[in-house]
Design a protein around this ligand. Sequence first.
Ligand SMILES: Cc1cc2nc3c(=O)[nH]c(=O)nc-3n(C[C@H](O)[C@H](O)[C@H](O)COP(=O)(O)OP(=O)(O)OC[C@H]3O[C@@H](n4cnc5c(N)ncnc54)[C@H](O)[C@@H]3O)c2cc1C
Ligand code: SF4
Length: 508
Amino acid sequence: MQCDVVIVGSGAGAGITAELLTAAGMDVVIVEEGPLRSSKDFRQLESEAYPSLYQESAGRKTADKAITILQGRCVGGSTTVNWTSSFRTPSATLAWWRQQFDLPDLTDDALFPWFLQAEQRLSIGPWLVPPNQNNELLRTGALRLGIAAAAIQRNVKGCWNLGSCGMGCPTNAKQSMLVTTLPVALDRGARLLVETRVQSLELAAGKVVGLRATGVQRDGTPAPGTEVRIQARHVVVSGGAINSPALLLRSKLPDPHNRLGARTFLHPVVISSAVFDHAVEGWNGAPQTLYSDHFLEVDPIDGPIGYKLEAPPVHPVIFSSTSTGFGAELATDLREMHRTHALLALLRDGFHPQSAGGQVKLRSDGSPLLDYPLTDFVMDGARRAFLSMAELQFAAGAQRVRLAHDSAEPYANWAQAKLAIARLPMKPLLTRVASAHVMGGCGMAGQESKGVVRPDGRHWQVENLSVHDGSIFPTSIGANPQLSIYGLVNKLATKLARDLSGRDVRLA
Ligand SMILES: Cc1cc2nc3c(=O)[nH]c(=O)nc-3n(C[C@H](O)[C@H](O)[C@H](O)COP(=O)(O)OP(=O)(O)OC[C@H]3O[C@@H](n4cnc5c(N)ncnc54)[C@H](O)[C@@H]3O)c2cc1C
Ligand code: SF4
């Protein structure tokens, strides 16, 4: 196949790039390793969604298996299955990037128009429906402790408040790439290859001269006899963190400063659940509509690790797979799911020398594996987060609190929880850690020695290659990342469209 630009992946970064490049009249091919599924396939069933829409059937793990990683693998990427929370990149994070990674242009003012356009394009705005009980309890506990909690903006249009965003939106209300940028790009002539994985980029004289892709079977393995070679003037890699650096590693791209795959961040998440004397029904209604940044702001950004609190959805598979214990005790916990409230803490990694993130490596078959050590520094944050969540849940009226930690007993009151959590062994694997926010690994920097891509998203050593996805963040964001990707990629892809076509374009 031949085209002007080939885009690897079809998620957040890919969708924005495809819309802008096709607006500039470019002939675009989009290659997605996952399947094309749409609202008619989304039946609010975890049993169908996780195997078909997620990387490694939602069972992706870090090398020591201590962290479970959720990432999308379908048309629309993680935007098809995400929970719609939308935050601009926090000012403190941008200031850190300017200082540490020589990115002087990334100011709030300079990014403002790019965020605004993305917000308008994707209907990101206040969610005016009352929060579900699961979120309301976050606010109740926070108010009683004198901690600020605020509303989360969402990328929805006519949302039915069903709560199954993580299984794909059955009403097309979620303004993911599946229903926004990708259809527009296809209408303008872009071609989309599905169930096709880009295995490697071919390099000659410092340029990518071709891509080798192969069909993918339902279990993720290559389908024999389905190889395709694609030639393009320019290549945009948007496979998401972990997969994008893995593709560049498989292709043996130059990496003179050992930056490729390094500094991969996860916002490691710890979870606390609490049983109330009334129904909570955490599966019902929009997930994550309230948050608290109180514990992000207690210490400086490069001090002890801070964390953001949110209320995740409580569906049977996600709940039972993060529940601890076994036998009768576990059966009781699961039976009480309808009265269970859940809180999560997103730990802001990447701002301290002892939180340098993980390294993407390749397995013998070329598939990616993330080695992410949960250092004592990170685990200290996890302990403080457990304390904060338990205190908040008891303040909200919880009868019993149980942490996602294999050594934690259920606690009946805050005094008991406080003593016990202080003594908990904060070890990987005992502490259940998860992530749905994978960032970094192809970090952006203004100096070649500090990053993989330049401030305009182009690869430092390979001129006709750009990376447009969450892998370009030099640290974690400290907030749910989708809008950071939309905003930053909007800026990069608009410039790329101008460089390649001479035309000025903007999101519709
Ligand atoms: C369950 C869940 C809930 C989330 N909730 C939120 C939320 O509420 N708010 C928020 O801000 N963020 C949320 N996120 C995260 C957010 O959706 C992601 O950060 C964002 O979509 C990442 O964008 P991306 O472009 O980096 O990659 P993705 O959107 O993940 O897209 C990458 C795509 O590339 C494909 N791909 C990878 N490698 C190849 C290859 N070699 N060949 C072909 N295709 C390839 C993948 O299959 C995938 O479809 C959530 C994520 C998940 C999984
Ligand atoms: S809560 Fe809204 S956006 Fe999420 S799945 Fe339901 S209708 Fe779609």
